[in-house]
Design a protein around this ligand. Structure first.
Ligand SMILES: Nc1ncnc2c1ncn2[C@@H]1O[C@H](COP(=O)(O)O)[C@@H](O)[C@H]1OP(=O)(O)O
Ligand SMILES: [Mg+2]
Ligand SMILES: [Mg+2]
Ligand SMILES: [Mg+2]
Length: 374
């Protein structure tokens, strides 16, 4: 379960121990004398949290390239985890390998918890990505509020979901190999529109709270052939948000977003209870929170224990940085300490900035709340 380096540790979902040697500072890509090359010369004077978020942007962008390459090659290497609705692909494994080894080199004293099992990420050779090679981020623009500027590296818990929306990723692949061009006959959607549900999530917690996050959407812009694919949204609670414009959802409507691949009667009862004018059933926790950020939905309702801490940490931090709220379905905060249970057993309720979170909570039926035990 837990992998200890001499300083930091990495916790995975499977009970396998192995060691990653911690490199001397001079060998770490993010602390080498030439770093930061393209990001910002202010990196060493900017707060640690801004640096973690900035480097996570670059590391998530690289994971997105890995995810696209594996889909292009077409060998997904699908493995069932806890059930047929809980899959892992080579893209989940390879993206996690790259993200965790890269973060570990940069921030060896922080605890890093990834979704995928450690036996799947044993081969770490050649996986470290140097975030200074990505010129898309400027760390100096990532504002950190005064109360978070003194957070130490060892206090951080970094929650990594290397590929959120695995169900949609595998379904898009099936759709492609069945030769369905345009709209897939089985799904009634285009393969590419399903790939848009896929995100890479890196969430940063301190003191048990989500304080920073990165959501990378590797297939964004798929509608524009020839355009560069992908976008990355980042945020620090009480600081700044970047990577996309934050838009308020339309007045006079209640657009609810919820799961398309992990539904149940409880999930549907909760959705119906908030009296939606429209329901968007889409994949991924990251993608659903992006819909709240870009004004396409008012509230994300998921009354099910399926989501884990790595699904919600990054989206929660960015949503809260943008003025929204994310709690469990009872209105309680979701804790992100290193030792907390991974499962969000009491569901998720998230509302866009300017929405009345308490009013949504009040509409969730008691039997739905009682059904979800901590
Ligand atoms: N029953 C479940 N089993 C495994 N993962 C789940 C389950 N329900 C939700 N998740 C995770 O939460 C994310 C959001 O759920 P949904 O898309 O159903 O709304 C999923 O993409 C999946 O993350 P992942 O794809 O990283 O495994
Ligand atoms: Mg998964
Ligand atoms: Mg996930
Ligand atoms: Mg995942």
């Amino acid at each position: 379960m837990e992998r200890n380096t001499s300083q930091g540790k990495h916790v995975g979902v499977q009970q396998i121990n192995f060691l990653i040697p911690v490199q001397e500072d001079s060998e770490r890509p993010c602390t080498s004398p030439r770093f930061p090359r393209n990001m910002s010369v202010a990196a060493h004077t900017t707060p640690l949290l801004s640096r973690v978020v900035g480097y996570s942007v670059a590391i998530a962008n690289n994971a997105g390239r890995i995810i696209r390459d594996i889909m292009k090659r077409g060998e997904l290497g699908i493995v069932e985890k806890e059930s047929a609705r809980d899959l892992q692909t080579e893209a989940d494994r390879a993206a996690q390998r790259s993200i965790i080894t890269s973060l570990q080199k940069c921030f060896p004293k922080s605890t890093i918890i990834g979704e995928e099992g450690e036996d799947e990420v044993k081969d770490l050779s050649g996986q470290v990505f140097d975030p200074s090679s990505d010129s898309s981020s400027s760390i100096s623009s990532i504002a950190c509020p005064p109360q978070l500027t003194t957070v130490a590296e060892e206090e951080l818990v970094i929650w990594v979901d290397p590929l959120d929306g695995t169900a949609e990723y595998t379904q898009a692949h099936e759709c492609r190999i069945s030769g369905h061009l345009g709209v897939c006959k089985t799904l009634g959607l285009s393969c590419e529109s399903l790939l848009d549900h896929v995100t890479v999530l890196i969430g940063i917690a301190s003191g048990g709270k989500a304080v920073g996050g990165v959501i990378h959407q590797p297939y964004y812009n798929y509608q524009n052939p020839g355009a560069e694919l992908g976008r990355t949204i980042w945020g620090i609670v009480g600081g700044s948000v970047g990577g996309m414009p934050i838009v308020a959802p339309p007045e006079g409507k209640v657009i609810v977003t919820t799961t398309r691949s992990h539904s149940s009667s409880t999930v549907n009862d909760a959705v119906a209870a908030v009296s939606p004018t429209e329901v968007l059933r889409v994949g991924g926790a990251g993608h659903k929170v992006m819909l709240l950020l870009e004004g396409k939905a008012h509230v994300y309702v998921f009354a099910s224990p399926g989501c884990k801490k790595w699904d919600t940490c990054a989206p929660q931090a960015i949503l809260e940085a943008a003025g929204g709220i994310l709690t469990d379905i009872k209105g309680d905060p979701i804790p992100y300490h290193a030792t907390v249970a991974h499962r969000n057993s009491t569901g998720v309720l998230a509302s866009a900035a300017g929405q009345d979170h308490q009013a949504f909570l009040a509409k969730i039926p008691q039997h739905v709340k009682d059904n979800l035990k901590a």
